[in-house]
Design a protein around this ligand. Structure first.
Ligand code: 5GP
Ligand code: 5GP
Length: 242
């Protein structure tokens, strides 16, 4: 009887170990976040074009962020796994185009990429090594071509025109297959503008999924896309170092 008991206990311990090791999921899904650069500039009150120059008005990547279904998220999970540019040498030209940094002083992106890898990427290192983390994020941008999805729905993000929040969500849902979360901010004239689009990605980082949970916060019903070249933005770009 004693022997049986100890065998059962050992099996239970083994089972617990296997369950916690094999299904070791540090998070439940990713947020894939793209920003509308001109709105980032309004958020910051100033911004600098990347060293590569003023880009076209288009979405750019902010990050790929591990998240939990209860809305919490891990961060800075492995301080030893620091950003190493040599691992992404051949991705840099794609990164400069699709993942530029608009902070000041004018940047080549390295500081932003380092921040995103160390804060968010290291929390998914069991799934994506550093190179795959960046490559995956770049590939997701091709899969979720937000600008094209909006254009297909007759929404041309320019000229400060207002669009309904619902029409923007619908257009992205049509293009990507899943409803996005839209984050807004306000410009100096108190207009609501689209700042970021969140899509959700499964833990293998291979496909978009319906978001298990959306971040908090709401946009107004009518929102604008500011333009990087718009006259109304001049003030905000006074730190532009071009
Ligand atoms: P903010 O306070 O501007 O919304 O977010 C600041 C930073 O916190 C973001 O850039 C991101 O690094 C992190 N963050 C904010 N909200 C979320 C979230 O819902 N999930 C994850 N994973 N990170 C978030
Ligand atoms: P988060 O913690 O919000 O993921 O990361 C944002 C950090 O990256 C902030 O410290 C911000 O100053 C910096 N950063 C540099 N360039 C950019 C950019 O183009 N967009 C955003 N959202 N943050 C940037």
């Amino acid at each position: 009887m004693e022997l049986k008991c100890s065998v059962v206990i050992k099996l239970l311990v083994l089972q617990c170990f296997l369950v916690s090791c094999l299904s070791a999921k540090d998070f439940d899904f990713f947020y894939y976040v793209q920003q509308w650069p001109a709105s980032y500039c309004d958020t910051r009150r100033s911004c600098c074009y990347p060293k590569t120059g003023k880009p076209d008005d288009d979405f750019s990547i902010h990050g790929l962020w591990p998240n939990n279904n209860d809305g919490t998220w891990p961060s800075n999970c492995d301080r030893k796994n620091t950003f190493d540019e040599s691992e992404i040498d051949d991705l840099v030209s794609r990164m400069e185009k699709d993942w530029p940094s608009f902070s000041c002083p004018s940047s080549d992106g390295i500081k932003f990429w380092t921040h995103e890898w160390e804060k968010h990427g290291t929390c998914a290192e069991s799934i994506l090594d550093m190179r795959s983390y960046f490559e995956t994020a770049l590939d997701l941008k091709k899969k979720a071509n937000l600008l094209q999805a909006l254009k297909n729905a007759g929404i041309h993000p320019k000229n400060g025109e207002f669009h309904s929040l619902e029409s923007i969500k619908e257009a992205i849902k049509e293009g990507v297959g899943h409803t996005p979360y839209i984050e807004c901010n306000t410009d100096s004239s108190r207009n609501q503008q689209l700042y970021q689009v969140y899509l959700c990605v499964d833990t293998s980082a291979s496909k978009f999924i319906d978001c298990p949970v959306f971040p908090h916060g709401k946009c107004g019903s009518k929102i604008q896309f500011p333009s990087l070249s718009g006259d109304q933005q001049e003030e905000e770009y006074n730190h532009n170092e071009l």
